[in-house]
Ligand binder design. Sequence first.
Ligand code: FMN
Length: 177
Amino acid sequence: MPHTLLIYSSNDGQTKKICQAIASDIEQAGQTVQCIALQQANDIDWQEFDKVIIGASIRYGHFNKALATFIARFQEQLEQRVHGFFCVNLTARKPDKNTPSTNAYMRKFLEQSPWRPQLQAVFAGALLYSKYGFVDKFMIRLIMKITGGNTDTAQDIEYTDWKKVSEFAAIITAQEQ
Ligand SMILES: Cc1cc2nc3c(=O)[nH]c(=O)nc-3n(C[C@H](O)[C@H](O)[C@H](O)COP(=O)(O)O)c2cc1C
């Protein structure tokens, strides 16, 4: 039975939540899966896994630096099995910016990374004003104002399209080893 590893790079938990939803779908399809944080992914026993998917969120225009380090170190191991990548950001809440070819962060990643993931997806994240500190709240509100998003800091909004997440999970499940 195929065994999948899902690795998340997440600050406020949305990418982790998306990984957990994907894991739940994979398990329901009768396959096994493990979810871990990127920070805990240095001692992976690669032989255990037939598929590996990395999910990472954007903060002020960038992925966590640890992502590039991880990919540089383990590119060969990634490419030896079914391998995929998804990106989570708020720009992707806009329908014309929510695919690998239309989302600027994903495009830049694909241009710059030596790793070319077989499976790719972009998901909108969450706007969680209640969780942000003063500076982040101010900055995110400013970005929302400029980009025509929600500026009401009393309101948290989850933009993630869970149907689209499930569709990606189904693609992962369908991959042969
Ligand atoms: C401090 C901060 C900076 C962010 N910067 C960006 C950004 O530059 N572009 C963008 O599209 N989304 C940005 N976001 C939105 C996040 O990508 C989104 O909230 C996502 O759900 C975060 O996922 P995580 O909880 O897994 O880290 C930012 C969010 C925060 C809190």
